[in-house]
Write a protein that binds this ligand. Structure first.
Ligand SMILES: [Cu+2]
Length: 112
């Protein structure tokens, strides 16, 4: 009885320790931008360094702004990356081209 309980308790701890790196998490998010919508994959991340790779899958210029930082304007078919350090919280993102956010190029990104 005592032996069985000890083994069961020890196993999950060992697995968790091997999967959790000691350094801060680094996340990658792929962002597709088009008229007039963003698609993020995934839509959330752990806090730490998050790199957004933004591809313009539309026909006109777009950019991607989050946490006060933005990519340059991205031409159709081109990509840009933006790395930001995010704390826990919910961050709104948008395209800063006039009218685009209002048309739907905005959303919320969750950081845990
Ligand atoms: Cu746009």
């Amino acid at each position: 009885m005592t032996l069985a309980l000890t083994a069961a308790a020890a196993a999950p701890i060992a697995v968790g320790a091997s999967q959790r790196p000691a350094h801060a998490a680094k996340a990658s998010v792929s962002v597709s931008a088009k008229e007039f919508k963003f698609a993020l994959r995934p839509t959330s991340a752990r806090h730490g360094s998050v790199t957004f790779t933004v591809k313009n899958a539309g026909t006109i210029d777009h950019d991607f702004k989050i946490a006060g930082r933005a990519t340059p304007k991205i031409k159709r078919g081109k990509s840009a990356t933006l790395t930001v350090n995010l704390k826990k919280g919910t961050y709104s993102y948008l395209c800063t081209v006039p009218g685009h956010a209002a048309a739907g190029m905005k959303g919320n990104f969750k950081v845990s």
